[in-house]
Design a protein around this ligand. Structure first.
Ligand SMILES: Cc1cc2nc3c(=O)[nH]c(=O)nc-3n(C[C@H](O)[C@H](O)[C@H](O)COP(=O)(O)OP(=O)(O)OC[C@H]3O[C@@H](n4cnc5c(N)ncnc54)[C@H](O)[C@@H]3O)c2cc1C
Length: 470
């Protein structure tokens, strides 16, 4: 049986970075993954979703050409061709990933498509393909998976992953769960021509966003023809019908049902650690199955670390990468660096896009005396030029320190605008300083200057010179 210093399990963003870092620090490192290199990020998450979202935008833009004097016929979506493009993109992204070459250059032993791995004891791992490996240290990076419901007929439902293998656009879809994934599925397939009903158990869609963002996206979805059901009740069962699947639910004691050709369930993300037999290695999980780690990303078993979605933190690629760097460093050098709380912009590629960084208004008001300024997209030059006037940018600042606490954007390029705000927040910038930066005109990000200037006026501060108020 081979023996290594560090064995990383899982080859998503967390596993890849963990293996690279451990090897760069001189550890003899192996990377074992059940499926293809790249994990969720390359194969089933952001890359395919963003490609489909891009196609949805192209359809929308093609329909707008007439407003700019360009005559074309109504665009027609060829779904199989689009899926081919998704596969092309996934393949290209994987081939161009510099990580693969880097790992070869530092001598990581990669065991791809090895089947599910599981601990046989605290220092030995085996895979379905028959690989057995001993290691001094382990880093668990097995990610997460869609949460399932234990209600009758759940097997009739699909997840976002199944959408990539459809052969045609379903005439109608019930999307259950209106967090980031559900909202994206609803928005994209609505653009492709499916009749969409979006169901949210709680009082508002996108429950972790600022309340103004949830309301604006819900209104835009309704205006685009999506039926949005908030507080819809509790699911009782799913059943097969001649034309698809019916969902039965209970609300305030009354039974209701809805039917569509496809039901996509996106009600959350759970840990993908159940199959690892963590008990054999003495690794504890929390009540939701996520691997319990301390701030050094060490598990309850001192030679085993974990990083990425499997730890249940903010489940995004940049956070997976950062945590992997910390876990790998500590696995080789001993507990030396902690995972710090970072400014983390979060966004989603719905139409309209939405994004956030920092505190929501409700969170900010709990701990600060705040000023809140909003500029709407229908009053900025670039959005008017492009005909993309739906949306707003909201900035929240502290009244005494003038520090920017949060930024929330709905509308075209919301995610990009928020990156600029993230840099301002990370550098501790005051809102009156942001107002003075002569951001380019006419740009989407320029709205940050406008909204900062507005907040500065509301704070009764003198603004010497504000180009952004154009
Ligand atoms: C639809 C969707 C859209 C998303 N969009 C975005 C976005 O726009 N931006 C963003 O930052 N994030 C996005 N995410 C989240 C992002 O994909 C994850 O946060 C990220 O992939 C987590 O990385 P990870 O390495 O922890 O896990 P993963 O990427 O899930 O990788 C886990 C790896 O572990 C392997 N594995 C699992 N079990 C075993 C086992 N028993 N043995 C061996 N190997 C195993 C898997 O094969 C895989 O290689 C999205 C996710 C989804 C589902």
């Amino acid at each position: 049986m081979d023996k290594v210093d560090v064995c990383v399990i899982g080859a998503g963003p967390a596993g890849v970075v963990a293996a690279l870092r451990a090897a760069e620090l001189g550890a003899k490192t192996a990377l074992i993954t059940s499926e293809a290199f790249g994990g969720m990020a390359a194969n089933d998450g952001p890359v395919p979703v963003r490609t489909l979202a891009h196609a949805a935008r192209l359809l929308r833009d093609a329909r707008q050409l007439g407003r700019y004097g360009i005559a074309v016929s109504e665009p027609v979506l060829e779904f199989p061709r689009l899926l081919e493009r998704v596969r092309e993109v996934v393949d290209q992204v994987r081939r161009h990933s510099s990580f693969r070459g880097l790992m070869d250059s530092v001598g990581v032993h990669i065991h791809e498509q090895a089947g599910a791995a599981r601990f046989t004891d605290a220092t030995t791992i085996g895979t379905q393909s028959g690989l057995r490996l001993q290691s001094d240290k382990f880093i668990i990076c097995t990610g997460g998976m869609s949460r399932r419901l234990s209600v009758p007929g759940f097997e009739l439902t699909a997840t976002h992953s199944d959408a990539w293998s459809l052969t045609s656009v379903p005439p109608s879809i019930l999307v259950i769960g209106a967090g980031a994934t559900g909202a994206q599925v609803a928005s994209i397939f609505n653009a492709f021509g499916s009749r969409i009903q979006l169901f949210q158990a709680g009082p508002r869609i996108l429950p972790t966003e600022d309340e103004d963002v949830s309301a604006a996206v819900a209104a835009a979805f309704r205006a685009a023809g999506i039926t949005v059901h908030e507080n819809f009740g509790e699911i009782e069962s799913f059943e097969k019908t001649p034309a698809g699947v019916r969902m039965n639910f209970l609300k305030n004691g009354a039974r209701g049902s809805s039917e569509a050709s496809l039901v996509v369930v996106a009600i959350g993300w759970v840990s993908n650690a159940a199959g690892l037999d963590l008990a054999a290695a003495g690794v504890e999980t929390d009540s939701r199955g996520f691997v319990r780690v301390d701030s050094y990303l060490k598990t309850s078993s001192p030679h085993i670390f974990a990083a990425g979605d499997v730890t249940g933190g903010l489940m995004l690629v940049p956070q997976a990468i950062q945590s992997a760097f910390v876990a790998a460093t500590n696995s080789v050098r001993g507990a030396s660096i902690k995972l710090e709380n970072q400014v983390s912009p979060i966004g989603s590629f719905t139409d309209p896009e939405y994004a956030q960084v920092g505190l929501t208004e409700v969170q900010a008001r709990k701990a600060h005396d705040v000023v809140t300024a909003i500029v709407h997209f229908d009053s900025t030059t670039r959005t008017i030029i492009d005909g993309r006037t739906t949306g707003f940018c909201k900035l929240i600042a502290d009244r005494s320190t003038y520090k920017i606490l949060g930024c929330h954007v709905v509308g075209e390029r919301a995610v990009e605008i928020t990156q600029v705000a993230a840099i301002a927040i990370a550098s501790g910038m005051r809102v009156n300083d942001l107002a003075k930066v002569p951001l380019s005109f006419p740009t989407y990000a320029g709205i940050l200057g406008r909204v900062a200037a507005k907040a500065t006026h509301q704070l009764n501060l003198k603004v010497d010179w504000v180009v952004n108020e154009f």
